[in-house]
Design a protein around this ligand. Structure first.
Ligand code: FEO
Length: 386
């Protein structure tokens, strides 16, 4: 295990989770990393930790650089246990260390670990001198939890951004210029869509502050560290957080006897006739978190389900629950589906989309099996809506 220096005397001491495939409902097909950092100055500082089951990997990396009992500060930028999970164990080796965190961070750490550690609570603009360097703090609530903050070292132009700008991908490389750019940006997009999407307004405020900083390195807490493509990822976050969309439609459906599938195909052809980019997903074949990745730049979403008993198919119910939680803003929607004796699935889809803040511009239902005339009528009505 070799040591990885991010800047002189600043080391990556995180862990690689090669096997991770589920992060609270998000399919992490490339695994992930939990990035902790060790700063060697007059004071020794550990920035965040890793998930509890990867403690040994983190400890081995720290021990290659310094005796862990010498750690003076542990910065907890975020309470969620993928980052705080090893604080209790590492503190057993450096019991006099101070835990630096935000006000909500202190509250959250106490609630998680029931320990009365040496806390130092910091707010935006606070500064801690560690010798040759200073660490300043910026609270970034809701990116991803209320407690989140980022830490910045002006002398090094490095920001420890925690969840912001992350990607779930396990790689042996640590920097953005060592991995194919298209892969990193795809995973950053998926990460934004599935983790950060509900908090666009907060992201915009943070982006204002981040732009004021001189940054050479964004040391994320997941995936690779940005050093070459910093303007690119900042531009992407700006676009995503403004909810800017492309001329694109996402059509999501499940089907029972292919009637709803025929409706989905017809809706697709209506959008094709208006030159939209099409993203079409049968929920039997695509994970809901991959659909979200495309949805962050889609102008329209069309959701279809036949009526099963008095509602939607279970796959569609799961998708709608996930979508409602992430609730992208400024999107238009169409609810559609086939039915036998009562069109209740379409009503359920419409109501859920409306409650999630979508502008539902159309509802389309067809009884049992659509005829050619039914589909022609559907196509004409959808073209009229676009
Ligand atoms: Fe990577 Fe919100 O934790």
């Amino acid at each position: 295990m070799k040591t990885i220096e991010v800047k002189k005397d600043i080391y990556w001491v995180g862990a690689i989770d090669w096997d991770l495939r589920n992060f609270h409902g998000y399919l992490t097909q490339r695994g992930s990393t939990y990035n902790a950092y060790l700063i060697i100055d007059e004071k020794i500082v550990l920035v965040d930790t890793v998930k509890h089951y990867l403690y040994d990997e983190m400890l081995e990396r720290i021990k290659k650089i310094v005796d862990p009992s010498k750690i003076d500060y542990i910065i907890s930028n975020h309470v969620e246990m993928d980052h705080s999970g090893c604080i209790p164990k590492i503190l057993q080796l450096c019991p006099n260390a101070t835990v630096i965190t935000s006000p909500q961070g202190e509250k959250g750490l106490r609630q998680h670990y029931k320990q009365d550690w040496n806390f130092q609570v910091v707010k935006s603009g606070d500064n801690v001198n560690i010798g040759k360097r200073n660490i300043t703090f910026l609270q970034t609530p809701m990116i991803h939890w209320p407690d989140n903050m980022v830490s910045y070292i002006p002398e090094e132009k490095i920001i420890f951004s925690n969840d912001a700008f992350g990607q779930h991908m396990a790689t042996s490389e640590r920097f953005d210029d060592e991995v194919q750019y298209s892969t990193i940006i795809e995973e950053a997009r998926k990460y934004y869509a599935n983790i950060v999407l509900p908090y666009g307004t907060q992201v915009q405020k943070v982006m204002e502050e981040v732009r004021k900083l001189d940054i050479e390195i964004i040391a994320t807490s997941h995936g690779i560290i940005w050093r070459k493509y910093i303007p690119d990822i900042i531009e992407q976050y700006d676009k995503w957080s403004k909810n800017e969309t492309d001329k694109k439609v996402v059509i999501v459906y499940d089907t029972m006897w292919n009637s709803t599938k025929k409706m989905a195909d017809t809706i697709k052809s209506a959008f094709e006739s208006k030159d939209y980019t099409i993203c079409m997903y049968n929920l039997q074949a695509t994970h809901i978190s991959d659909i979200m990745t495309e949805l962050i730049t889609a102008e329209y979403i069309c959701v279809g389900s036949p009526t099963l008993n008095s509602g939607v198919l279970p796959t569609v119910a799961a998708f709608l629950t996930y979508l409602k939680g992430l609730a992208p803003k400024n999107r238009k929607a169409i609810a559609f589906g086939s039915y036998g004796w009562a069109p209740l699935s379409i009503k359920e889809i419409e109501e859920t989309l409306k409650s999630a803040g979508f502008d539902v511009v159309g509802t389309e239902k067809i009884n049992y099996v659509p005829s050619e005339e039914d589909l022609e009528g559907l196509r004409g009505r959808v073209e009229g809506l676009i």
